[in-house]
Design a protein around this ligand. Structure first.
Ligand code: SPV
Ligand code: MG
Length: 439
C-alpha cells in the first residue's frame, strides 16, 4: 500500500469471488507501478455474463481491502471498464491477457481506446498457469449453498436491475438442467436465474388436476430433494395460500428451507387453473380479505429477504383493468413485495397497459409475469414495460411429454428400441449429468 498521492493510479477490475494466486499476482504487479485501485464488479456488472457471485459485494470488498497492496476498492457497476476509467483517468490498467480473444475482446478494445485519450498504458499479465476461474466456479457450485445464501440471491438478482428469468422445474433432474443451462448470445450469456415450482406441473406429474389437491406439505417436501442438487433461488407457487393461519406456516417453512418467494393468487373456493377454458370456474377473493392474508404472511416471515408476491386474477376473470390496479395497490399497501399480473390473452397488450399504469405511480414494487398464452412477447418488451421477473411456468414438462410419447410410440411401432435411441439421451450422457457419479 502506498500513501504517496503523487504515485500513478493503477486500475484493476475484478470480481474476486474466488481469491486465487492469479489475482494476487496481478495485485503484486500493480503495486510495483503505483497506487492500486480495484474496480470491484457489483452483482449487476457481471449478471449478463456470469452467474451471481457466491459472496455479496460488501463481503468481497472487505476481503480485498484487507489484502496487502490494495489501496482502494470502488464499485465497477458495468462489465465495461470505461465509465470508471473516465472517472479516474488512471495512468495504468492491469488485466490478464486472456481477454485478447473471444467475447471479452470488445471490452479490451474499449479500454485501450479510453487509455489513449490521456496517454495511459494497459499492462497485460500472462494468464496464471493452473488457474481456471470457470473451473473454480464449478467446484464452488459443487459445494452447494446454504439456505440463507440461496434465499437472499433472488433479491440480489433483482437489485442488479436485470430481468430475472425463471424456469419451471418439476424434479431435481429439471433443477440440474436449470442450474447448468447457458446459451451464448452475441453480447451476453443467457441463463435462468431462478426456479419456479408450479402447482400446475406439480399436479400434472402426479396425474392430478391443478385444484390444490396435491397438498402444500407434500409439495414442500419435494423441495428438499431439489435443493440437494441445485443452488439457484426458488419461487414457489402457493396457489391461494389456503387459510390465512395455514399460510403463515407455509411462509415460515419455505423461508427456513431457503426458498426466496411465494406467489399466492387472489382466488377462493375450489381453485382451478387460470388457463382453463370456460367461465364460472373461478371465484376471486375479496380484495380486503386477500390483502389481510398477505399481511399475515408478511408478519410471519422472519427475514426481509423472503418475498411475498400477490397474484392478480382480474384480467383473467374479465373484471377489468381498474380492478387489477386497485388490487395491486392494495396488496402492496398490505406488505406484498411484488405483484404478479396474469393474462390468458394471446397478445401482451393488457399486460403492457397494466404495467405502464402501475409503474406510473409505483416505480419500485417487483412485477412478475407468466407469458404462457402470450408467448409471442419478447423479454426486451417486458423490460421496456417495467417487468422484473418473467416465469416460463410449464415449459420443461410440456417439452418432455411429446418426447416421451414419441419414444414409446417408436418402440411399439418397431418392436424394438433401436429407432427410439435417436431421440433419447445416450446413457453415458445421462449418467455424467449427475454430479459425483463414480465411473
Ligand atoms: C402454475 O404454473 O401453476 C401457475 C401459472 O400458477 S398458470 O398455470 O398460468 O396459472
Ligand atoms: Mg399454479
Amino acid at each position: 500500500m502506498t500513501n504517496d498521492n503523487t504515485a500513478p493510479t493503477v486500475y484493476i477490475g475484478m470480481t474476486a469471488d474466488i481469491l486465487h494466486h492469479g489475482l494476487i499476482n496481478v495485485i503484486e504487479i500493480g503495486r510495483e507501478h503505483g497506487r492500486v485501485v480495484i474496480g470491484l464488479m457489483t452483482d449487476g456488472a457481471g449478471s449478463r455474463y456470469k452467474p451471481l457471485p457466491y459472496l455479496e459485494y460488501e463481503h468481497r470488498k472487505r476481503i480485498l481491502e484487507n489484502i496487502v497492496g490494495v489501496d482502494e476498492v470502488i464499485p465497477q457497476e458495468e462489465w465495461d471498464f470505461v465509465p470508471n476509467l473516465h472517472k479516474l483517468r488512471p495512468e495504468i490498467v492491469i488485466h490478464g491477457d486472456d481477454w485478447r480473444e473471444g467475447a471479452q475482446k470488445v471490452y479490451r478494445d474499449r479500454v485501450v481506446e479510453a487509455l489513449n485519450e490521456w496517454g495511459g498504458e494497459l499492462i497485460e499479465v500472462p494468464y496464471t498457469q493452473g488457474v481456471s476461474t470457470p473451473r473454480y466456479n464449478a467446484q464452488l457450485r459443487g459445494l452447494g449453498t446454504t439456505s440463507e445464501i440461496r434465499r437472499q440471491s433472488l433479491r440480489r438478482h433483482l437489485d442488479s436491475g436485470e430481468l430475472v428469468r425463471v424456469i419451471e422445474v418439476h424434479s431435481p433432474l429439471c433443477g440440474l438442467l436449470a442450474e447448468n443451462l447457458a446459451v451464448e448470445r452475441e453480447d451476453s450469456t443467457a441463463r435462468f436465474e431462478a426456479m419456479w415450482v408450479s402447482s400446475l406441473t406439480d399436479s400434472t406429474v402426479r396425474g392430478k388436476p391443478d385444484i390444490e389437491l396435491v397438498d402444500t406439505s407434500s409439495r414442500i417436501a419435494a423441495i428438499d430433494a431439489l435443493f440437494e442438487v441445485t443452488t439457484k433461488p426458488l419461487i414457489f407457487d402457493g396457489d391461494t395460500g389456503g387459510l390465512p393461519e395455514h399460510f403463515a406456516f407455509t411462509v415460515r417453512t419455505l423461508e427456513r428451507l431457503g426458498a426466496s418467494a411465494i406467489i399466492i393468487e387472489d382466488k377462493t373456493g375450489p381453485k382451478r387453473n387460470s388457463l382453463l377454458d370456460g367461465d364460472g370456474h373461478h371465484i376471486q377473493e375479496d380484495i380486503d380479505l386477500f390483502a389481510e392474508k398477505i399481511a399475515i404472511g408478511r408478519s410471519a416471515a422472519l427475514t426481509d429477504d423472503f418475498m411475498i408476491i400477490g397474484r392478480i386474477e382480474s384480467l383473467i376473470l374479465g373484471v377489468g383493468m381498474e380492478d387489477a390496479l386497485a388490487r395491486a395497490h392494495a396488496y402492496v399497501a398490505a406488505g406484498a413485495n411484488g405483484i404478479m399480473i396474469h393474462s390468458r390473452r394471446s397478445t401482451p397488450d393488457e399486460i403492457f397497459e397494466f404495467c405502464d399504469t402501475f409503474r406510473a405511480t409505483d416505480p419500485n414494487t417487483t412485477i412478475v409475469v407468466v407469458p404462457t398464452q402470450y408467448s409471442i412477447v419478447r423479454e426486451s418488451e417486458l423490460i421496456a414495460h417495467g417487468v422484473n421477473i418473467v416465469i416460463y411456468a410449464n415449459h420443461l414438462l410440456r417439452a418432455s411429454f411429446p418426447a416421451m410419447r414419441a419414444a414409446g410410440e417408436s418402440i411399439l411401432r418397431n418392436g424394438r428400441a433401436m429407432e427410439a435411441d435417436e431421440i433419447c439421451l445416450p446413457v453415458d450422457q445421462l449418467l455424467s449429468m449427475i454430479p459425483n457419479t463414480v465411473s
